[in-house]
Design a binder for this molecule. Structure first.
Ligand code: CP3
Length: 340
Protein backbone atom coordinates (compact mmCIF):
# COMPACT_ATOMS: atom_id res chain seq x y z
CA UNK A 1 0.00 0.00 0.00
CA UNK A 2 1.59 3.28 -1.12
CA UNK A 3 -0.31 5.40 1.42
CA UNK A 4 -0.82 3.24 4.51
CA UNK A 5 -1.37 6.06 7.04
CA UNK A 6 -4.98 5.00 7.65
CA UNK A 7 -4.04 1.37 8.29
CA UNK A 8 -1.17 2.41 10.54
CA UNK A 9 -3.46 4.64 12.61
CA UNK A 10 -5.86 1.70 12.96
CA UNK A 11 -2.99 -0.39 14.34
CA UNK A 12 -2.07 2.41 16.76
CA UNK A 13 1.33 3.01 15.12
CA UNK A 14 3.06 6.39 15.32
CA UNK A 15 2.56 8.64 12.30
CA UNK A 16 3.93 12.01 11.11
CA UNK A 17 0.40 13.27 10.61
CA UNK A 18 -2.99 11.60 11.12
CA UNK A 19 -4.85 10.14 8.12
CA UNK A 20 -8.07 11.77 6.91
CA UNK A 21 -11.24 10.71 5.07
CA UNK A 22 -14.85 11.95 5.17
CA UNK A 23 -18.01 10.00 5.87
CA UNK A 24 -20.22 10.09 2.75
CA UNK A 25 -17.27 11.46 0.76
CA UNK A 26 -18.62 9.84 -2.42
CA UNK A 27 -21.75 11.95 -2.60
CA UNK A 28 -23.84 14.84 -3.71
CA UNK A 29 -21.39 17.69 -3.02
CA UNK A 30 -19.36 16.49 -6.04
CA UNK A 31 -20.57 17.94 -9.38
CA UNK A 32 -19.44 14.80 -11.23
CA UNK A 33 -21.52 12.68 -8.85
CA UNK A 34 -24.55 14.81 -9.68
CA UNK A 35 -23.96 14.20 -13.39
CA UNK A 36 -24.12 10.42 -12.85
CA UNK A 37 -27.12 10.87 -10.52
CA UNK A 38 -29.07 12.58 -13.31
CA UNK A 39 -28.56 9.58 -15.58
CA UNK A 40 -29.06 6.58 -13.28
CA UNK A 41 -31.31 6.07 -10.28
CA UNK A 42 -29.77 5.40 -6.89
CA UNK A 43 -29.88 1.61 -6.72
CA UNK A 44 -28.78 1.29 -10.35
CA UNK A 45 -25.66 3.19 -9.32
CA UNK A 46 -25.18 0.80 -6.41
CA UNK A 47 -25.85 -2.31 -8.51
CA UNK A 48 -23.60 -1.45 -11.46
CA UNK A 49 -19.99 -2.20 -10.44
CA UNK A 50 -18.56 0.14 -13.11
CA UNK A 51 -20.62 3.08 -11.79
CA UNK A 52 -19.98 2.23 -8.13
CA UNK A 53 -16.25 2.07 -8.89
CA UNK A 54 -16.27 5.38 -10.74
CA UNK A 55 -18.04 7.05 -7.79
CA UNK A 56 -15.77 5.39 -5.20
CA UNK A 57 -12.71 6.82 -6.99
CA UNK A 58 -14.19 10.30 -7.50
CA UNK A 59 -13.30 11.81 -4.10
CA UNK A 60 -9.87 10.16 -4.19
CA UNK A 61 -9.01 11.95 -7.42
CA UNK A 62 -10.80 15.21 -6.64
CA UNK A 63 -10.25 15.91 -2.94
CA UNK A 64 -7.50 13.44 -1.99
CA UNK A 65 -8.43 11.65 1.28
CA UNK A 66 -6.17 8.88 2.65
CA UNK A 67 -8.81 6.15 2.27
CA UNK A 68 -11.65 5.31 -0.11
CA UNK A 69 -15.05 3.96 0.97
CA UNK A 70 -16.96 1.72 -1.37
CA UNK A 71 -19.97 3.44 -2.94
CA UNK A 72 -23.08 1.55 -1.84
CA UNK A 73 -25.71 1.98 0.88
CA UNK A 74 -26.54 0.39 4.21
CA UNK A 75 -30.03 -0.39 2.86
CA UNK A 76 -28.86 -2.94 0.27
CA UNK A 77 -28.81 -5.46 3.13
CA UNK A 78 -32.57 -5.02 3.68
CA UNK A 79 -33.16 -5.49 -0.05
CA UNK A 80 -31.14 -8.71 0.02
CA UNK A 81 -33.37 -9.89 2.88
CA UNK A 82 -36.44 -9.49 0.68
CA UNK A 83 -37.60 -6.03 1.82
CA UNK A 84 -38.35 -3.73 -1.10
CA UNK A 85 -36.56 -0.41 -0.57
CA UNK A 86 -36.78 2.54 -2.95
CA UNK A 87 -34.82 5.80 -2.91
CA UNK A 88 -37.23 8.66 -3.63
CA UNK A 89 -36.05 12.09 -4.74
CA UNK A 90 -36.46 14.67 -1.97
CA UNK A 91 -37.79 12.00 0.42
CA UNK A 92 -34.96 9.50 0.79
CA UNK A 93 -35.40 5.81 1.61
CA UNK A 94 -38.94 4.47 1.15
CA UNK A 95 -40.42 1.06 1.99
CA UNK A 96 -43.98 0.45 0.83
CA UNK A 97 -44.56 -2.54 3.10
CA UNK A 98 -42.62 -1.92 6.31
CA UNK A 99 -42.11 -4.64 8.94
CA UNK A 100 -44.67 -4.19 11.71
CA UNK A 101 -45.72 -7.65 12.93
CA UNK A 102 -44.55 -11.21 13.37
CA UNK A 103 -45.94 -12.35 10.02
CA UNK A 104 -43.81 -9.70 8.30
CA UNK A 105 -40.71 -10.90 10.14
CA UNK A 106 -41.35 -14.51 9.10
CA UNK A 107 -41.10 -13.40 5.47
CA UNK A 108 -37.74 -11.69 6.01
CA UNK A 109 -35.00 -14.08 4.96
CA UNK A 110 -31.35 -14.54 5.87
CA UNK A 111 -30.11 -14.68 2.29
CA UNK A 112 -27.16 -16.25 0.54
CA UNK A 113 -25.25 -12.96 0.40
CA UNK A 114 -22.81 -14.18 -2.22
CA UNK A 115 -25.65 -14.38 -4.72
CA UNK A 116 -27.86 -11.51 -3.53
CA UNK A 117 -25.15 -8.90 -3.05
CA UNK A 118 -22.71 -10.08 -5.69
CA UNK A 119 -22.76 -6.60 -7.25
CA UNK A 120 -21.19 -5.12 -4.11
CA UNK A 121 -18.41 -7.71 -4.10
CA UNK A 122 -17.77 -7.06 -7.79
CA UNK A 123 -17.65 -3.30 -7.13
CA UNK A 124 -15.14 -3.89 -4.31
CA UNK A 125 -12.88 -6.00 -6.54
CA UNK A 126 -13.10 -3.48 -9.36
CA UNK A 127 -12.45 -0.52 -7.02
CA UNK A 128 -9.44 -2.27 -5.47
CA UNK A 129 -8.01 -2.74 -8.94
CA UNK A 130 -8.59 0.90 -9.90
CA UNK A 131 -7.17 2.17 -6.60
CA UNK A 132 -4.02 0.27 -7.53
CA UNK A 133 -2.83 0.02 -3.90
CA UNK A 134 -2.62 3.84 -3.67
CA UNK A 135 -4.96 4.11 -0.67
CA UNK A 136 -6.91 1.49 1.35
CA UNK A 137 -10.58 0.70 0.69
CA UNK A 138 -13.16 0.75 3.49
CA UNK A 139 -16.16 -1.59 3.41
CA UNK A 140 -19.21 -0.95 5.56
CA UNK A 141 -22.61 -1.97 6.85
CA UNK A 142 -25.33 -0.36 8.95
CA UNK A 143 -25.83 -1.62 12.49
CA UNK A 144 -28.76 -4.00 12.96
CA UNK A 145 -30.59 -1.38 15.06
CA UNK A 146 -30.17 1.33 12.40
CA UNK A 147 -31.41 -1.07 9.71
CA UNK A 148 -34.37 -2.05 11.88
CA UNK A 149 -35.21 1.66 12.16
CA UNK A 150 -35.69 1.89 8.38
CA UNK A 151 -37.29 -1.56 8.00
CA UNK A 152 -40.00 -0.76 10.56
CA UNK A 153 -40.49 2.98 10.07
CA UNK A 154 -40.46 2.56 6.29
CA UNK A 155 -38.69 5.89 5.72
CA UNK A 156 -36.33 8.34 7.33
CA UNK A 157 -37.57 10.02 10.51
CA UNK A 158 -36.42 12.42 13.21
CA UNK A 159 -37.25 10.07 16.05
CA UNK A 160 -38.14 6.70 14.42
CA UNK A 161 -41.17 6.55 16.72
CA UNK A 162 -42.68 3.50 15.00
CA UNK A 163 -39.40 1.57 15.21
CA UNK A 164 -39.16 2.30 18.92
CA UNK A 165 -42.82 1.43 19.45
CA UNK A 166 -42.20 -1.90 17.74
CA UNK A 167 -39.15 -2.70 19.89
CA UNK A 168 -40.84 -1.76 23.15
CA UNK A 169 -44.28 -3.26 22.45
CA UNK A 170 -43.18 -6.40 20.56
CA UNK A 171 -39.76 -6.81 22.08
CA UNK A 172 -39.40 -10.58 21.40
CA UNK A 173 -40.24 -10.17 17.72
CA UNK A 174 -37.93 -7.19 17.34
CA UNK A 175 -35.11 -9.36 18.65
CA UNK A 176 -35.82 -12.02 16.03
CA UNK A 177 -35.57 -9.35 13.34
CA UNK A 178 -32.38 -7.88 14.83
CA UNK A 179 -30.82 -11.35 14.93
CA UNK A 180 -31.70 -12.04 11.29
CA UNK A 181 -30.13 -8.73 10.26
CA UNK A 182 -27.05 -9.51 12.37
CA UNK A 183 -26.52 -12.88 10.71
CA UNK A 184 -26.92 -11.40 7.25
CA UNK A 185 -24.54 -8.55 8.10
CA UNK A 186 -21.86 -10.90 9.42
CA UNK A 187 -21.78 -12.95 6.22
CA UNK A 188 -22.04 -9.78 4.12
CA UNK A 189 -19.02 -8.18 5.82
CA UNK A 190 -17.02 -11.42 5.69
CA UNK A 191 -17.59 -11.52 1.96
CA UNK A 192 -16.51 -7.86 1.68
CA UNK A 193 -13.28 -8.93 3.40
CA UNK A 194 -12.87 -11.82 0.92
CA UNK A 195 -13.38 -9.32 -1.90
CA UNK A 196 -10.50 -7.17 -0.71
CA UNK A 197 -11.59 -4.32 1.60
CA UNK A 198 -8.85 -3.22 4.03
CA UNK A 199 -11.08 -2.18 6.95
CA UNK A 200 -14.79 -2.04 7.74
CA UNK A 201 -16.97 0.52 9.44
CA UNK A 202 -20.28 -0.18 11.15
CA UNK A 203 -22.63 2.84 10.96
CA UNK A 204 -25.00 3.07 13.91
CA UNK A 205 -26.54 6.31 12.73
CA UNK A 206 -29.60 6.08 14.98
CA UNK A 207 -28.08 4.52 18.10
CA UNK A 208 -28.35 7.88 19.87
CA UNK A 209 -32.14 7.64 19.83
CA UNK A 210 -31.95 4.95 22.51
CA UNK A 211 -31.35 5.37 26.23
CA UNK A 212 -28.08 3.87 27.48
CA UNK A 213 -29.91 0.81 28.86
CA UNK A 214 -31.94 0.22 25.70
CA UNK A 215 -28.84 0.81 23.58
CA UNK A 216 -27.22 -2.20 25.19
CA UNK A 217 -30.31 -4.38 24.57
CA UNK A 218 -31.36 -3.30 21.07
CA UNK A 219 -28.12 -2.14 19.46
CA UNK A 220 -24.82 -2.96 21.11
CA UNK A 221 -25.66 -6.63 21.74
CA UNK A 222 -25.86 -7.14 17.95
CA UNK A 223 -22.96 -4.86 16.98
CA UNK A 224 -20.85 -6.81 19.46
CA UNK A 225 -21.63 -10.09 17.67
CA UNK A 226 -20.47 -8.52 14.41
CA UNK A 227 -17.27 -7.22 16.02
CA UNK A 228 -16.51 -10.64 17.52
CA UNK A 229 -16.83 -12.31 14.10
CA UNK A 230 -15.02 -9.67 12.04
CA UNK A 231 -12.24 -8.29 14.25
CA UNK A 232 -10.08 -11.45 13.94
CA UNK A 233 -10.14 -10.89 10.16
CA UNK A 234 -9.84 -7.13 9.65
CA UNK A 235 -9.72 -3.76 11.47
CA UNK A 236 -13.23 -2.74 12.53
CA UNK A 237 -14.39 0.84 13.13
CA UNK A 238 -17.65 1.43 14.96
CA UNK A 239 -19.46 4.77 14.64
CA UNK A 240 -22.49 5.39 16.82
CA UNK A 241 -24.05 8.79 16.23
CA UNK A 242 -25.07 10.30 19.56
CA UNK A 243 -23.67 7.30 21.44
CA UNK A 244 -21.09 9.03 23.65
CA UNK A 245 -22.73 7.28 26.63
CA UNK A 246 -21.51 3.93 25.32
CA UNK A 247 -17.91 4.94 24.49
CA UNK A 248 -16.45 3.26 27.53
CA UNK A 249 -18.12 -0.07 26.71
CA UNK A 250 -17.12 0.27 23.04
CA UNK A 251 -13.48 0.76 24.01
CA UNK A 252 -13.52 -2.60 25.82
CA UNK A 253 -14.48 -4.46 22.64
CA UNK A 254 -12.10 -5.63 19.92
CA UNK A 255 -12.63 -2.64 17.62
CA UNK A 256 -9.60 -0.91 16.07
CA UNK A 257 -11.20 2.53 16.17
CA UNK A 258 -14.28 4.36 17.42
CA UNK A 259 -16.06 7.14 15.54
CA UNK A 260 -16.98 10.28 17.50
CA UNK A 261 -19.60 12.87 16.57
CA UNK A 262 -19.20 16.60 17.22
CA UNK A 263 -21.31 16.67 20.39
CA UNK A 264 -18.51 14.95 22.31
CA UNK A 265 -15.24 16.82 22.95
CA UNK A 266 -11.91 15.18 22.13
CA UNK A 267 -11.01 15.34 25.79
CA UNK A 268 -14.18 13.62 26.92
CA UNK A 269 -13.89 10.99 24.17
CA UNK A 270 -10.29 10.21 25.19
CA UNK A 271 -11.33 10.07 28.86
CA UNK A 272 -14.27 7.73 28.22
CA UNK A 273 -12.24 5.38 26.00
CA UNK A 274 -9.23 5.11 28.27
CA UNK A 275 -6.82 7.26 26.27
CA UNK A 276 -5.20 4.69 23.97
CA UNK A 277 -7.65 3.41 21.38
CA UNK A 278 -7.74 5.09 17.95
CA UNK A 279 -10.56 7.64 17.66
CA UNK A 280 -12.06 8.99 14.45
CA UNK A 281 -13.91 12.25 13.95
CA UNK A 282 -15.37 14.70 14.72
CA UNK A 283 -15.77 18.04 12.93
CA UNK A 284 -19.37 19.20 12.65
CA UNK A 285 -20.09 18.77 8.89
CA UNK A 286 -21.73 22.23 8.89
CA UNK A 287 -18.33 23.72 9.78
CA UNK A 288 -17.23 22.94 6.23
CA UNK A 289 -19.53 25.81 5.23
CA UNK A 290 -17.23 28.27 7.08
CA UNK A 291 -14.60 30.39 5.29
CA UNK A 292 -11.55 28.32 4.41
CA UNK A 293 -9.27 29.99 6.98
CA UNK A 294 -11.78 28.95 9.69
CA UNK A 295 -11.77 25.35 8.43
CA UNK A 296 -7.97 25.29 8.62
CA UNK A 297 -8.04 26.65 12.17
CA UNK A 298 -10.67 24.11 13.27
CA UNK A 299 -8.68 21.21 11.84
CA UNK A 300 -5.45 22.31 13.52
CA UNK A 301 -7.29 22.68 16.87
CA UNK A 302 -8.97 19.34 16.46
CA UNK A 303 -5.71 17.48 15.81
CA UNK A 304 -4.05 19.28 18.73
CA UNK A 305 -6.90 18.17 20.97
CA UNK A 306 -7.14 14.54 19.87
CA UNK A 307 -3.35 14.23 19.40
CA UNK A 308 -1.75 13.21 16.09
CA UNK A 309 -1.39 9.53 17.08
CA UNK A 310 -4.21 7.01 17.58
CA UNK A 311 -6.35 9.36 15.58
CA UNK A 312 -8.13 9.47 12.20
CA UNK A 313 -9.40 12.87 11.10
CA UNK A 314 -12.99 12.79 9.87
CA UNK A 315 -16.27 14.66 10.15
CA UNK A 316 -18.66 13.93 13.00
CA UNK A 317 -21.23 12.65 10.46
CA UNK A 318 -21.67 12.62 6.68
CA UNK A 319 -20.56 15.56 4.52
CA UNK A 320 -23.48 17.83 3.60
CA UNK A 321 -24.59 18.04 -0.05
CA UNK A 322 -24.23 21.87 -0.04
CA UNK A 323 -20.52 21.74 0.87
CA UNK A 324 -18.33 23.52 -1.71
CA UNK A 325 -15.74 21.11 -3.14
CA UNK A 326 -13.01 23.68 -2.36
CA UNK A 327 -14.00 23.60 1.31
CA UNK A 328 -13.89 19.78 1.40
CA UNK A 329 -10.47 19.97 -0.21
CA UNK A 330 -9.34 22.60 2.31
CA UNK A 331 -10.38 20.21 5.11
CA UNK A 332 -8.27 17.39 3.64
CA UNK A 333 -5.34 19.69 2.77
CA UNK A 334 -5.15 21.18 6.24
CA UNK A 335 -4.60 17.69 7.66
CA UNK A 336 -1.86 17.06 5.11
CA UNK A 337 -0.23 20.36 6.09
CA UNK A 338 -0.37 19.57 9.80
CA UNK A 339 2.80 19.78 11.80
CA UNK A 340 2.79 19.94 15.54
O1 CP3 B 1 -19.27 8.10 0.40
C1 CP3 B 1 -19.72 7.22 1.15
O2 CP3 B 1 -19.76 7.38 2.38
C2 CP3 B 1 -20.14 5.90 0.56
C3 CP3 B 1 -21.50 5.77 0.24
C4 CP3 B 1 -22.61 5.76 1.31
C5 CP3 B 1 -23.94 6.11 0.95
N1 CP3 B 1 -24.73 5.86 2.03
C6 CP3 B 1 -24.37 6.62 -0.37
C7 CP3 B 1 -25.63 7.39 -0.46
C8 CP3 B 1 -22.62 5.37 2.64
C9 CP3 B 1 -21.47 4.95 3.53
C10 CP3 B 1 -23.97 5.42 3.09
C11 CP3 B 1 -24.39 5.03 4.44
C12 CP3 B 1 -25.75 5.31 4.88
N2 CP3 B 1 -26.91 5.26 4.15
C13 CP3 B 1 -26.10 5.61 6.21
C14 CP3 B 1 -25.14 5.66 7.37
C15 CP3 B 1 -24.36 6.94 7.41
C16 CP3 B 1 -25.18 8.12 7.82
O3 CP3 B 1 -25.22 9.08 7.03
O4 CP3 B 1 -25.73 8.12 8.91
C17 CP3 B 1 -27.49 5.79 6.25
C18 CP3 B 1 -28.32 6.14 7.48
C19 CP3 B 1 -27.99 5.55 4.95
C20 CP3 B 1 -29.41 5.58 4.48
C21 CP3 B 1 -29.64 6.60 3.45
N3 CP3 B 1 -29.18 6.52 2.16
C22 CP3 B 1 -30.35 7.80 3.57
C23 CP3 B 1 -31.03 8.29 4.84
C24 CP3 B 1 -30.33 8.45 2.31
C25 CP3 B 1 -31.05 9.71 1.89
C26 CP3 B 1 -30.58 10.92 2.53
C27 CP3 B 1 -29.13 11.24 2.29
O5 CP3 B 1 -28.37 11.37 3.25
O6 CP3 B 1 -28.76 11.42 1.12
C28 CP3 B 1 -29.54 7.64 1.46
C29 CP3 B 1 -29.20 7.95 0.07
C30 CP3 B 1 -27.77 7.99 -0.28
N4 CP3 B 1 -26.82 7.06 0.08
C31 CP3 B 1 -27.16 8.98 -1.09
C32 CP3 B 1 -25.81 8.61 -1.22
C33 CP3 B 1 -24.75 9.28 -2.03
C34 CP3 B 1 -27.86 10.22 -1.69
C35 CP3 B 1 -28.95 9.91 -2.64
C36 CP3 B 1 -28.54 9.83 -4.10
O7 CP3 B 1 -27.38 9.92 -4.42
O8 CP3 B 1 -29.44 9.65 -4.92
Amino acid sequence: MKNDLFLRALKGEKVDRPPVWMMRQAGRYLPDFMKIKRKYDFFTRCQTPELATEITLMPINQVGPDAAIIFSDILVVLQAMGIKVEMKDNIGPWINSPIRKNDDIKKVRVPEVKAELDYVFKAIKMSKKELNENVPLIGFAGSPWTLLCYAVQGSGSKDFNLAKEFCFSQSEYSKILLQKITETTISYLKEQVNSGVNAIQIFDSWGGLLSPIDYEVFSWKYIDQIIKELSPLIPVIVFGKGCWFHLNEMSKSKVSAIGIDWTCSARNARYLTGGKITLQGNLDPSKLLSPIYEIKKSVKNMIDEFGKDNYIVNLGHGILPNTPVDNAKAFIDSVKEYNS
